[in-house]
Design a protein around this ligand. Structure first.
Ligand SMILES: Nc1ncnc2c1ncn2[C@@H]1O[C@H](COP(=O)(O)OP(=O)(O)OP(=O)(O)O)[C@@H](O)[C@H]1O
Length: 250
């Protein structure tokens, strides 16, 4: 299967400092991949190099031709003195048909906020408005940089659940940076542990046990995987049924 984005031997500098070394990475259609790592370890730099906002000084990044990207940045400051509805926000920088805006808000689980002022939204609603904007062009890959910053734990869990639904409904790949290890690990197909390079990578269960991961986050997070696990019995449209044994967050 062709990768949506792939890097080979990628080195990235910010200023004069090499912040990422020798990154080999690929993400494919429909995957949910989470990047974890300490502060300053190069997670955002990796994301920026993948979307082309930062150019690697060595190695290659290959994006599928015509790849449709949706990007939710780490932060966006809104001038509280500037009145703007969510609908208007979705029209920046490019106007979209009303139906497209409504569909994106529905996909983001936020249909009811279309006419609300941006500055009146709760943190969770604002994140959904950002998500809706990233979904407007029906992305093949959605990239989210710490999308739940400022949300409480139920808010985080609800947001990641919505991301899984978006992936299921739209079939897009999802690549996100997160510090919410306990919540995000089991929502991911694959976890990438970054600290200036890729320390370890694999299924969440495997990464949580890896020495490199434990050296960075301690063994306490080994049990973190259990936290988000919930009972997840349902049928899909294609008739297949899911029966994972998850436990709810304490
Ligand atoms: N524009 C820049 N110019 C110079 N150095 C930068 C720039 N952006 C980031 N850096 C440096 O690059 C390193 C990696 O930063 P990056 O933002 O990628 O880390 P991160 O893992 O996303 O961190 P955090 O978890 O704190 O968001 C840090 O040392 C940071 O200070």
């Amino acid at each position: 299967m062709t990768a949506l984005i792939e890097t080979r031997g990628m080195h990235v500098k910010r200023g004069n400092v090499t912040v990422l070394r020798n990154v080999d990475f690929a993400i494919h259609a429909g995957e949910i991949v989470t990047i974890v790592g300490p502060n300053g370890s190069g997670k955002s730099s990796l994301m920026k190099a993948l979307i082309g906002a930062v150019t690697p000084f060595q190695g290659q990044v290959t994006r599928k031709k015509g790849l449709r990207l949706g990007y939710v940045p780490q932060s966006l400051s809104v001038d509280p003195s500037m009145p703007m509805t969510v609908s208007r926000f979705l029209d920046l920088p490019r106007r979209s048909p009303r139906e497209a805006r409504q569909a994106a808000l529905a996909d983001a689980g936020a249909s009811e906020i279309a006419d609300r002022q941006l500055t009146d939204l709760s943190g969770g609603q604002f994140q959904r408005a950002m998500l809706a904007r990233a979904l407007l062009n029906k992305p093949e890959i959605l990239l989210l940089d710490e999308p739940t910053t400022g949300l409480d734990q139920p808010g985080q869990a609800a947001f990641y659940k919505r991301i899984e639904e978006v992936r299921d409904n739209l079939g897009c790949a999802v690549l996100m940076v997160s510090h919410d290890l306990h919540v995000v690990m089991s929502a991911s197909d694959r976890v990438l542990c970054v600290n200036g390079h890729i320390c370890c990578e694999g299924r969440p269960e495997v990464v949580a046990q890896a020495e490199e991961y434990r050296a960075l986050f301690g063994s306490g997070t080994g049990g973190a995987l259990a936290l988000y696990r919930h009972q997840h019995n349902h049928s899909h449209d294609d008739g297949a049924s899911c029966d994972h044994d998850h436990q709810e967050t304490a």
